[in-house]
Design a protein around this ligand. Structure first.
Ligand SMILES: [Zn+2]
Length: 262
């Protein structure tokens, strides 16, 4: 599996696009192309042929380049079945557990990951090492908001009941570069989180183009939304919010609410 990440340099959206190719056939899939020309140019530089495009969800900044990239490559468009009527020109609707092949060597499993929107999917592959392309569901040190067609309760189930159990070494490839800001929020919740402090120092020396790739193990140390069992985080929350925060779900929802206004 060959992975190419492109930073779109479009702050404050700060999208990442990904192209994944088969090392044997050079066939590729483009995930959430924002700018067709930039994605196509990068694929051509690599000698890859874009045969498929997949939209993780229906938001404009994740489907913006679809039409032009389809026109220029003839690629087939895939999206979650719940995106029917929300994303145009979809050739194949997919659902939880469906397998997407790219060339001969790349095999993705579709994960239904509702919450940021109710038509969101992630792509997960086990080989040659576990990787997750997670759109706006899981971010580095954060999670997506639920402002635009989402549901925070659904996001809780996606993140805690499903993504939380992926192997520790699973690499995380989100759709945006939000790590610095997210670590600021993480530290506002857990000022004594040593790993989060060290990570913020480390990423402040990086640029979006050289941004590190985190994994589930690291996220569990620094991402407040994966730390709903942390006693330090819970006791701080109890002091700060005027609502019940006992269960992991209540903790998650209280964090999501605080992050909305942070
Ligand atoms: Zn979105």
């Amino acid at each position: 599996m060959l992975i190419e990440r492109i930073y779109l340099n479009n702050p404050p959206l700060s999208n990442f696009n990904h192209i994944i190719a088969c090392e044997k056939t050079a066939e590729a899939i483009a995930i959430d192309p924002f700018d067709a020309d930039i994605v196509l140019k990068r694929a051509e530089e690599k000698g890859w042929t874009i045969k498929q495009i997949i939209s993780t969800h229906e938001h404009g900044d994740h489907i913006r380049g679809n039409k032009e990239l389809i026109a220029k490559t003839g690629a087939k468009l895939l999206a979650h079945k719940n995106a029917s009527g929300k994303i145009k020109e979809v050739d194949t609707f997919v659902d939880q557990g469906d397998i997407i092949h790219v060339g001969e060597t790349v095999k993705f499993e579709v994960l239904t990951t509702l919450g940021h929107t109710m038509a969101h999917l992630c792509l997960y592959a086990k080989d040659p090492e576990p990787v997750l392309f997670c759109g706006d569901t899981l971010f580095n040190a954060g999670v997506g908001n639920c402002h635009n067609g989402g549901d925070a309760g659904a996001l809780y189930h996606t993140v805690i009941d499903h993504l939380f159990d992926l192997p520790d070494e699973t690499k995380i490839y989100p759709g945006h570069d939000y790590i610095e800001n997210n670590l600021g929020f993480a530290l506002s919740r857990e000022p004594h989180n040593k790993e989060a402090k060290e990570l913020l120092e480390q990423v402040s020396k990086q640029t979006p183009d050289t941004r590190m790739v985190t994994n589930i193990k690291l996220e569990k140390k620094v991402n407040p939304f994966l730390r709903v069992h942390s006693q330090a985080l819970i006791s701080q929350l109890k002091q700060d919010v005027n609502q019940l925060v006992e269960s992991p779900k209540e903790v998650f929802l209280a964090l999501r609410e605080l992050r909305n206004h942070w």
